[in-house]
Design a protein around this ligand. Structure first.
Ligand code: MN
Ligand code: MN
Length: 358
């Protein structure tokens, strides 16, 4: 773990040391992204619950490499690795959007993957739920990399359990409502997690807010169930008419109409397939990448975030890694907004991240 003590600390590549041994002159964190460690942004890997509980990071990345519950094209099990790899920055990243080097303000680790196995939905969801609960109980905000969207049921259930008796609201970006009762009789598919979350009581229907729905699914009876249970639904046509910022402002208010904390679930297919082709059920006519990234900054900057996931990245259908890249940036926008809030609240910068990395 010797190099764990030096992450964040080194120079950016612009500062070239001279006269040093070339074998050791750069920390792994400062080497190119395609070299060395494969954790999210080369952050320290803390896969053990006891180590997480001892460190109590602000945020922990969790992989949920599970896609046994899809209704159409599979492949999102390879999403977590693709998202982790989808950056080209070396050293401490600097958000030009928010004017902050996020890792200098908050402690972010990679908690590794939930130990899923193929072809076993029940087991996969159980281990994802346990992994997310370990992270949340360690005081960290879990940011879960899917995986198909069925993982939101175990993930958001774990977050709701960890914050109880405080209540959780949901902002859900997606082309699809994912609120069916079943798909071909399967209750735990990626077309049903939102109904399971509401039926189980993890989140009240009236605080369940969906943004970006479009296309030709679900059928009228599912929309009627959603109406009966009070879900607030913002179709893509409303974003076209009012603009994303106004719609997202309403979504925040609706999700927090009662609850104190927010779970943010982002299905990458909320984006237009021209900007995010690497997904299992692409639906034309979606949001722009810049609209979604701005929406994440808007939401995380305004609410208390309890958990987040980014799902349905299926690298086999991707083109030039652009879908994985925008998913990675979704995570970075959230982390940067959390860091900016820490600074705005009068927090102190971690001295180049060094002091807490032991
Ligand atoms: Mn979905
Ligand atoms: Mn979808």
């Amino acid at each position: 773990m010797a190099d764990e003590t030096r992450r964040h600390s080194g120079p950016n590549p612009e500062d070239v040391p001279s006269g040093l041994d070339p074998y050791t002159e750069f920390d792994d964190f400062d080497l190119p992204s395609y070299v060395g460690r494969t954790s999210f942004h080369k952050l320290p890997e803390l896969t053990d619950a006891a180590a997480l509980a001892a460190r109590r990071p602000d945020v922990a990345i969790v992989g949920a490499p599970f896609d046994d519950a899809v209704s159409h094209r599979p492949g999102a099990r390879f999403g977590p690795r693709a998202i982790r790899a989808a950056h080209y920055d070396a050293g401490s990243p600097n958000s030009l959007q928010l004017g902050i080097q996020p890792f200098e303000w908050i402690d972010v680790v990679d908690a590794g993957d939930a130990p899923v196995t193929p072809a076993n939905i029940e087991r996969g969801h159980a281990v994802i739920r346990r992994k997310v609960l370990e992270v949340a109980r360690a005081g960290a905000i879990p940011i879960v990399l899917g995986g198909d969207h069925s993982i939101t049921f175990p993930s958001a259930s774990a977050v709701a359990e960890s914050i109880a008796p405080k209540r959780l609201g949901m902002v859900h970006f997606d082309a699809h409502a994912d609120a069916a009762n079943s798909t071909w009789g399967v209750l735990a598919s990626h077309g049903t997690p939102m109904r399971r979350l509401i039926e189980s009581g993890a989140i009240d229907g009236r605080n369940f807010v969906q943004v970006g729905l479009r296309g030709y699914w679900p059928p009228p009876e599912v929309l009627e169930w959603m109406r009966q249970h009070g879900l607030r639904t913002h179709f893509m046509t409303e974003i076209e008419e009012r603009g994303a910022e106004a719609v997202v402002a309403d979504a925040i208010a609706e999700a927090l109409d009662g609850p104190e904390l927010i779970y943010l679930s982002i299905d990458i297919d909320v984006l237009d397939p021209g900007m995010a082709p690497g997904t299992g059920t692409p639906e034309p006519g979606g949001m722009l990448s810049r609209e979604l990234l701005r929406a994440i900054r808007q939401i995380v900057g305004a609410v208390e975030l309890a958990g987040m996931d980014i799902v349905e990245v299926a690298p086999a259908y991707d083109v030039s890694d652009i879908t994985a890249a925008v998913a990675h940036r979704c995570v970075m926008e959230a982390i940067s907004a959390l860091a900016a809030k820490r600074r705005a609240a009068g927090g102190t910068a971690r001295p180049s991240g060094r002091s807490r990395d032991g």
